[in-house]
Design a protein. Structure first.
Ligand code: GDP
Length: 199
């Protein structure tokens, strides 16, 4: 299905711009610069499908991509968070948009939360994990940039992340390690996306 048509549908800076709930959705979340655009592009084998989002003050929006013709499911690129210099009202806007989306979206089957392999789960990430748990939206951790760390460090991060999510009600216990650069973990990620939207 990832070899077939995938097309940008629309951006929603606000809930009134959300597309209809025609099909299941799987969303991607992560702090700015975690490698979300790179991973979406690698996942779909399309350069430039998702654009880098780490520009300060950039509009916060949800981006929807239609997968398959006929339409099978949607990928949703959530706005990045944790940008150090983000103004307060931008952070507030992010929280409102993301919270409203998570709480009102029956077709959202799972969110993949991207975490940098070098850093593990940081304070900036706990906000989204709390929101997902509170909204009872299933999520799964995807480690990014795994090529940047040694195998021993990756094993440690896997372990610490597993511990960190153990008691979180909506967390999927299995973690996927990926590298957009090296193509690592992409088949597993594709399978996880398909599993999410076909459940
Ligand atoms: P976004 O802000 O989360 O969309 O992050 P980007 O996809 O723009 O990536 C941020 C930076 O990390 C860019 O300089 C990318 O080239 C780099 N990057 C992304 N993925 C990888 C990866 O798998 N390996 C390495 N080494 N660098 C990566």
């Amino acid at each position: 299905v990832f070899a077939g048509p995938i097309a940008f549908l629309k951006s929603a800076p606000d809930l009134k711009f959300l597309p209809d709930m025609a099909v299941n959705e799987v969303a991607f979340a992560g702090r700015s610069n975690v490698g979300k655009s790179s991973l979406l592009n690698a996942l779909t084998n399309r350069n430039g499908l998702a654009r880098t989002s780490n520009t300060p003050g950039r509009t916060q929006e949800l981006n929807f991509f239609d997968v398959g013709d006929p339409l099978r499911f949607r990928l949703v690129d959530m706005p990045g968070y944790g940008y150090a210099k983000a103004p307060k009202d931008m952070v507030r806007k992010w929280r409102f948009l993301v919270n409203d989306y998570l709480r009102g979206r029956a077709k959202l089957k799972r969110t993949l939360v991207l975490i940098d392999s070098r850093h593990g789960i940081k304070d900036v990430d706990t906000d989204i994990l709390d929101m997902l748990d509170a909204a009872a939206v299933s999520y799964r951790i995807v480690l990014t940039k795994a090529d940047k760390v040694k195998a021993s460090h990756l094993a440690e991060v896997r372990h610490s992340v597993t511990e960190a999510i153990r008691k979180r009600p909506a967390a999927h216990p299995d973690i996927i390690a990926t590298s957009s650069e090296k193509g690592m973990g992409l088949p597993e990620l594709r399978a996880a996306v398909l599993e999410s939207v076909t459940q």
